[in-house]
Design a protein. Sequence first.
Length: 236
Amino acid sequence: MIIAANLKTNLTRAKTAQYINEVENFLNKNAISQEVLVFPAPSSLTLHVGKVTIGAQNAYAAQNGAFTGEIGNEQLEEFNIKTILIGHSERRHVIGETQEEIVKKFNFYKELGFKIVYCIGESLQIREAGDKVMMEYLYSQFDGIDIEYENLIVAYEPIWAIGTGVVPTSEDIVSVHLKLKEKCKAPLLYGGSVKVSNANVLLGLDGVDGVLIGGAALIADDFCAMVEFAQQIENK
Ligand SMILES: O=C(CO)COP(=O)(O)O
């Protein structure tokens, strides 16, 4: 399974380096065969050689250039980073990235062979409009995206579950994941208030190939505990 930490706008460079070191040590000391991804804040991107894969939470769809405030592939190449989050709901609804901009970014980093964690998810308003409306909305977030790209990972993160402590029922998660898998065969992660107390159940659900964790991943020990849950499930 794939266990990913989205550190968002948290931790200093020094604390991120310590975090990555703690997770790497855990993976090396234990027989962990999970794929572990860590997406640090841009200021904390670093060259890391080991079992932990470092990814970018975002980057501009350019090698370099006059894009004030952005980082491009040139800055990622420096750290040998070839993994990126694209379409996160905070990029869509806080920063205001359009589907057109997201598609352009997806295509740019796909051409570079990046492993892309492509995020989709609905608002509470869309969910409350019923299954048909919700699934049509989720499918629309694949518009323009090559869902057969071999380095694609999809993360389903209901917006109303992000940072709220509220998690869909297991039945709802399975239902959405299986419907998404009818359309896209890529590994499918669940994200949205995943934490140590619920990760074991979530990771065991049909259609869940891993998790994308925000707040609860900020403590390295807790993130490692959730990695271990995934390993225990796979060892069964
Ligand atoms: O946005 C998320 C991961 O990308 C989920 O965040 P939380 O785990 O804090 O709900």
